[in-house]
Design a protein around this ligand. Structure first.
Ligand code: PLP
Length: 424
């Protein structure tokens, strides 16, 4: 399918848009249209749901003959909905190797790039991370021939388990702890992509969440979960999506536009309330991010908002958003544990809190699904003291935590990064 930039410009094939990441005019790619079909019957597996969601976008594309295989690789672990009670579903997106939903998108993107790059020069995947993205990308490209991964993260500003995870891959993955902030890491990466000498020496690609190769596949699990809920109730199911950069939330809207039975969609933000404010006032005002307990959503300038704004002019969607502060995150973790005996991560807690408020406000108890974006064991230092219990560590995460971990220091300058990239 042809893709267009949110800022206009020429259209390009989906495969080329995935290979490029960002559009040349600085905008974000969007498919030219979203083919609508009527889906009512559940698919036996997540992989089959993914293929059905994505097929029309890949029709006639270079990647079309590979779509089934790419989906089989990326969706090889399930995303079950766990019903806390008769009407409250938790869509568990954390059963992948790094225990957060980003595993799906990162693995799908890796599958696409592996099939799109066929020259002898190795590809360097360069990524700045504030936590979960780096591990998902590292895991997705780990030991893939023809690729190396370079991860930059702010030293001392990710959780201990996140840091261990980032440094535990080795082989073709280099983790670097930058003596600076996440913003420093991001601006070093940005400068690298604009550097002509690097571009002529290395084959550099980005793996951040603006890539359609990460965004589109995320619609699959919302579609799959919606059909399963529809089979229970016969009605479109409202969904709440904990959101930072809005990649996951946008994918949920995409699944609905594709024709899957999804009702109202609500974005749950933490104290960084740029998205709720933008939806309430119609004015997008980026702000410096503030640190919260749900650190993967500490975003002051959500990049996918530009997509959302373009999308609204394509097709009006009922979407709302709410913001949850740290005290309410803690209260939500405690309430969920006491009522259902289930530990949730701080991001998921934002989603549950927003659903709780909506139900109080509307005095409704209809069926709804909240996306559970990470496993609570990744944030045990926050969750365990609140529930007064240990959170069991899932097998994949435990395996990473058992490996040795190593991350060299790097100064927060582009010169230091460039020297490192050119030397290896
Ligand atoms: C990345 C992340 C989010 C936010 O997702 P966006 O697509 O950026 O909105 C929420 N929760 C967790 C655990 C994450 O890692």
């Amino acid at each position: 399918m042809r893709c267009v930039s949110t800022r206009g410009g020429e259209s390009t094939s989906l495969s080329a848009a995935i290979a490029k990441g960002l559009a040349p005019d600085g905008g974000l790619y969007l498919p030219e249209s979203c083919p609508r079909q009527r889906f009512t019957k559940a698919f036996p597996t997540l992989t089959e749901a993914a293929i059905a969601v994505l097929e029309p976008f890949f029709e006639g594309e270079l990647l079309a003959p590979h779509l089934d295989d790419i989906c089989r690789e990326a969706f090889s672990f399930d995303a079950p909905t766990r019903w806390l009670d008769d009407t409250t579903g938790l869509l568990e997106l954390f059963h992948g190797p790094t225990a957060a939903f980003k595993d799906y998108g990162a693995r799908f993107l890796a599958g696409c790039l592996a099939r799109l790059t066929n020259d002898s020069k190795p590809t360097t995947v360069l990524v700045a991370t504030s936590g979960d993205t780096g591990a998902a990308v590292a895991s997705a490209f780990h030991r893939r021939p023809g690729f190396r991964v370079v991860i930059l993260y702010p030293s001392g500003r990710v959780s201990a388990r996140q840091a261990h995870q980032l440094g535990s891959f080795q082989d073709n993955v280099t983790a670097l702890q930058v003596r600076g902030s996440f913003d420093d890491c991001q601006s070093m990466v940005k400068t690298a992509f604009g550097d002509t000498e690097l571009a002529s020496t290395l084959r550099l690609v980005s793996a951040n969440s603006i890539s359609l190769g990460r965004l589109l596949p995320q619609a699959a699990y919302f579609a799959h979960a919606a059909l399963a809920a529809y089979a229970r109730t016969g009605e479109p199911v409202p969904m709440v999506v904990p959101s930072g950069n809005l990649g996951n939330g946008f994918a949920c809207l995409l699944a609905r536009a594709r024709g899957f039975p999804i009702g109202d969609v609500t974005f749950a933000a933490n104290a960084n309330r740029v998205v709720p404010d933008a939806l309430a006032t119609g004015v997008y005002e980026p702000r410096p991010s503030v640190a919260t307990l749900a650190n993967a959503m500490d975003v002051g300038a959500p990049s996918n908002l530009e997509r959302l704004i373009s999308w609204f002019s394509l097709q009006p969607a009922s979407v709302s958003a709410d913001s949850v502060d740290d005290r309410s995150i803690e209260a939500s973790i405690v309430r969920t544990f006491h009522r259902f005996g289930v530990a949730v991560c701080p991001h998921t807690a934002c989603g549950l809190e927003v659903l709780h408020r909506e139900r109080e406000k509307r005095r409704s108890t209809g069926t709804a699904i909240v996306a559970a974006t990470a496993h609570p064991a990744k944030f045990e230092s926050i969750v365990e003291p609140l529930i007064n219990e240990k959170v069991p560590v899932p097998t994949g995460l435990a395996e990473l935590l058992r490996r040795p971990s190593k991350a060299d220091f790097l100064d927060a300058t582009f010169a230091a990064l460039k020297a490192m990239l050119m030397a290896s």
